[in-house]
Design a protein around this ligand. Structure first.
Ligand SMILES: Cc1cc2nc3c(=O)[nH]c(=O)nc-3n(C[C@H](O)[C@H](O)[C@H](O)COP(=O)(O)O)c2cc1C
Length: 204
């Protein structure tokens, strides 16, 4: 049986259609639940799923942050340009609703961390605090910034300088996917988690 496919030229779509197609096709996406700090010392927290690992030596992740409709930077983008530091958290299923709530577009002078009454712990190497109960927290510094596309979006490469892993989620010193229940984003308002991982052995 052969499958039939719907083929779509990206140029035929308007901006909104392209966005919805992209987020439904590139799935599941890990989520960088990111705390930053402005030059005035105001903390910020927001999730970003155009996020991925880039390199392990040194550990480097990428974050892609769109602009607001008036072309201004989102708070996270502006903070990364101003102060260069972040803590990227990996959110587990229990934190899913709070993580999504932290995407609310609050004014720059209001911290989502205070607004959502989340407890934080001082980071060791960077100024933004980390979320005390998060499954994984990665303290990171900006090593590269580039504007990409028509938005434009701001693409950041961040080098991870310190990891914090919740002890109760570890197996053999590494986060255990089933206990971690890391949340991923898919199309629309769909999310998934890693509660039911499976093993596929690689060829020798
Ligand atoms: C799960 C999730 C993933 C998101 N991913 C992105 C993303 O990759 N890029 C982006 O610009 N906005 C993304 N957003 C929207 C931002 O979180 C939202 O614009 C937020 O208000 C930005 O906050 P800030 O202005 O405090 O930085 C996402 C929202 C959610 C709920």
């Amino acid at each position: 049986m052969s499958s039939s496919h719907r083929s779509i030229d990206a140029a035929e779509l308007d901006r909104r259609e392209r966005y919805h197609l992209m987020i439904a096709c590139v799935v599941p996406r890990p989520i960088a639940w990111t705390s930053t700090m402005s030059s005035a010392g105001i903390t910020n927290l927001a999730p970003f799923s155009f996020f991925g690992g880039v390199s392990s030596d040194p550990p480097t992740v990428m974050l892609s942050i769109g602009r607001r409709s008036d072309g201004s930077h989102k708070d996270t983008g502006r903070n990364l340009l101003e102060t260069s530091e972040a803590v990227v958290h990996i959110c587990s299923r229990d934190d899913g609703e709070v993580m999504v709530a932290s995407s609310e577009g609050l004014p720059p002078e209001t911290s989502e961390i205070d607004h959502l009454k989340l407890s934080t712990t001082a980071s060791d190497r960077v100024a933004p605090p980390r979320l005390t109960d998060a499954a994984i927290a990665m303290e990171a510094r900006r090593v590269h910034h580039q504007e990409v596309g028509h938005g434009p979006i701001d693409l950041f490469l961040l080098e991870v300088v310190r990891f914090h892993l919740r002890e109760d989620l570890l197996s053999d010193g590494l986060p255990d996917p089933a206990r971690l229940q890391a949340v991923g984003r898919m199309g629309g308002s769909y999310y998934c988690d890693t509660a039911a991982p499976f093993v596929i052995d690689r060829p020798k």
